[in-house]
Write a protein that binds this ligand. Structure first.
Ligand code: GAR
Length: 202
């Protein structure tokens, strides 16, 4: 039997999407092995989720680099080099990783094997606070629905080739929290399907 493809997951916070990936590897829905979880925040709860599942973790601190007089690019190079040289994963999944990776980071992965989960449809609400911005836009009558997508990561934030996208309705009675919950539950599916789709196409 050939060995499973390997995944590195990068997170910054709660890691509910990481959990969806872990669960899917355990049920066999995602045919891959998560070999490392990296966080740019020491307090990210996702690190505990990884540890509980027996997955090695790494933490990278931009602040530590800055305190030493180094740059954001130095930080990105260190992080990319570590992931590439120590783990050499088939796929890197950004699952709530709140750090915009630089072209220098991306240059370590010429196979373009980095994907990102973003809580908006292609071309809408790039960058931070996408859900809040979609909710506001709905209230102002500018959109009828929002969505989520998994896309390849390129230097242009949230503009890489779309792997999967799914529209999500917004209803008049929705609070922001209702919409967030609906989006998160769909994210937990699409991140698994997007990762599997990427690996199937390798
Ligand atoms: C998710 O909603 C994800 O789409 C978003 O951060 C959240 C992380 O949740 N990512 C972005 O906005 C990236 N631009 P989690 O830590 O529970 O997985």
């Amino acid at each position: 039997m050939s060995s499973l493809p390997t995944i590195a997951v990068l997170i910054s916070g709660s890691g509910s999407n990481l959990q969806a990936l872990i669960d899917a590897t355990q049920t066999g829905k995602l045919r891959a092995k998560i070999i490392v979880v990296c966080s740019n925040r020491k307090a990210a709860y996702g690190l505990e989720r990884a540890a509980k599942a027996g997955i090695p973790t790494r933490t990278f601190s931009l602040k530590q680099f800055k305190d030493q007089g180094k740059t954001r690019v130095d930080f990105d190079v260190y992080m990319a080099k570590t992931i590439q040289e120590e783990y050499n994963p088939d796929l890197i999944v950004l699952a709530g990783f709140m750090h915009i990776v630089s072209p220098e980071f991306l240059s370590f992965f010429p196979r373009q094997n980095i994907i990102n989960l973003h809580p908006a449809l292609p071309g809408q609400f790039d960058g931070a606070h996408a859900i809040e911005r979609a909710y506001e836009a709905y209230k102002q009558g500018k959109i009828q629905h929002t969505g989520v997508m998994v896309h390849k990561v390129i230097a242009d934030v949230d503009r890489g080739q779309v792997i999967l996208e799914r529209p999500i309705p917004i209803e008049d009675k929705d609070t922001l929290e209702d919409l967030e919950n609906r989006i998160h539950s769909i994210e937990h599916e699409i991140i698994v399907e997007g990762a599997q789709k990427f690996l199937d196409e390798l």
